[in-house]
Design a protein around this ligand. Structure first.
Ligand SMILES: Cc1cc2nc3c(=O)[nH]c(=O)nc-3n(C[C@H](O)[C@H](O)[C@H](O)COP(=O)(O)O)c2cc1C
Length: 395
């Protein structure tokens, strides 16, 4: 379909969605009842804590960690009864938007923190040895382990562990009339450590400048074909694709189901800058960034691989604390990414946040009160476990 026709058709369809949906229900499809994420795609959130032994049970929670583009780039090698090694699944990287794999390593840190917290639930302590065969180079990850983890009896439960299954990345507009209080933001930034510093703002002028910048970052990424296509390839449109992959960017729910099934929203349309789907995506980001009452960011003293792991661990502790406080959190990483077209916007962000090298902003997130959302898809935690020989074959 020519793009102009498609545009008209989409406009008509969006306008006529209620009619279509009514027709679908009358036809017995019940499309308006389709959840954003089908139950089969996010089952691991409900089975977390099940497993044959403490290590399996801890891994079932760790698989719920936040991670870039929900790629879940984790591989686990079990060693003996009480140890495991964590590797990066190098088939699941983001070469365009995360060219040095900084975000992928942060996602490894999120996994390690979740594993350690889950071990505590059963009275175990996780002894973590980072990079037992040496750290990755600054320009990319390799086959060596990220960490070796041993579960040792005698750990204590951290109350944060109880929020693992409650935490969400809330990729929606927040209520702009409900601003997190200074006391709430202070309690969260008090989670700062020497390894990872947190700062936040709800000051209206500063928040406005930052959310304008967030949109600039999103527009740069979206209008640059090579970076946007990387995301488009990871978009899962409708229940069937979401359930088949259980990863990536899930575009589900009744409206998407109709638009996907009728061939109106396709990867091709989403990637076409002249299409309504493309413009609708940008408009949605504009509405979302504008509905941001406060922002929080996390910096590390440097940008070594160990700093990135520390950032991931601290980010997951922040996200769990946010969930416990009844607030919503949504990371937006575009401005932090390392490709030339983003450099100027990133420089402006650093000036606005008053962060100077070698200190590095690792995470920047919207914070406020958002709607309740479904847990994101997750693959079966057992699929992360690979045997030694199979592990080397995977690459
Ligand atoms: C390092 C890192 C960077 C992220 N950047 C973004 C981002 O730019 N935009 C976004 O919507 N979510 C971002 N996220 C959140 C992930 O998309 C999210 O964790 C993943 O989809 C799984 O969803 P969940 O956190 O609700 O379990 C990021 C997460 C991590 C760990």
């Amino acid at each position: 379909m020519a793009s102009l026709n498609r545009r008209r058709f989409l406009k008509w369809t969006l306008g006529g969605f209620a009619a279509l949906s009514t027709a679908a229900i009358a036809g017995g499809v019940g499309i308006s009842l389709i959840p954003d994420v089908p139950a089969a795609a996010n089952a691991p959130w409900r089975t977390a804590g099940q497993g044959r032994n403490p290590r399996e049970r801890a891994l079932s929670y760790a698989a719920l960690a936040p991670n870039p583009h929900n790629l879940q780039s984790w591989l686990i090698e079990l060693i003996g009864d009480d140890r495991m090694r964590l590797y990066v699944d190098r088939r699941r990287l983001l070469p365009e938007t995360d060219p040095v794999n900084r975000q992928i390593v942060i996602g490894q840190g999120c996994f390690i923190e979740t594993l350690a917290l889950a071990a505590g639930l059963e009275g175990y302590r996780a002894e973590v040895t980072l990079f037992p065969e040496g750290a990755f180079a600054t320009n990319g990850v390799d086959h060596r382990p990220v960490a070796e983890v041993r579960l040792i009896a005698g750990g204590q439960a951290d109350p944060l562990a109880h929020a693992i299954t409650q935490r969400r990345s809330v990729k929606e507009p927040f209520d702009v009339t409900k601003i997190p209080s200074n006391g709430q933001l202070r309690a969260l930034t008090a989670l700062s450590t020497a390894d990872a510093r947190l700062a936040a703002t709800a000051s209206p002028d500063r928040v406005k400048r930052l959310r304008d910048l967030l949109y600039v970052g999103m527009e740069i990424e979206t209008r640059l074909p090579r970076t946007f296509l990387e995301s488009v390839k990871l978009m899962r449109i409708g229940a069937e694709e979401i359930t088949r992959h259980r990863d990536g960017i899930d575009l589900g729910g009744g409206m998407m189901e109709v638009l996907g099934r009728t061939g109106i929203v396709t990867r091709e349309a989403l990637a076409d800058p002249t299409s309504s789907s493309f413009q609708t995506g940008l408009d949605r980001y504009r509405a979302m960034t504008e509905a941001t009452p406060a922002l929080i960011w996390l910096t590390t003293p440097g940008n070594r691989r160990e700093d990135q792991i520390a950032a991931g661990r601290a980010y997951q502790r922040l996200a769990l604390s946010v969930a416990q406080a009844g607030l919503s959190l949504h990371p937006m990483s575009q401005l932090l990414q390392e490709y030339p077209e983003m450099a100027e916007a990133q420089r402006q962000l650093m000036a606005e946040l008053e962060v100077h090298a070698p200190e590095r902003v690792q995470m920047l997130a919207r914070i406020g009160y958002g709607p309740t959302t479904s847990p994101a898809p997750r693959r079966d935690p057992a699929s992360l476990i690979v045997a030694g020989p199979k592990l080397s074959m995977a690459f």
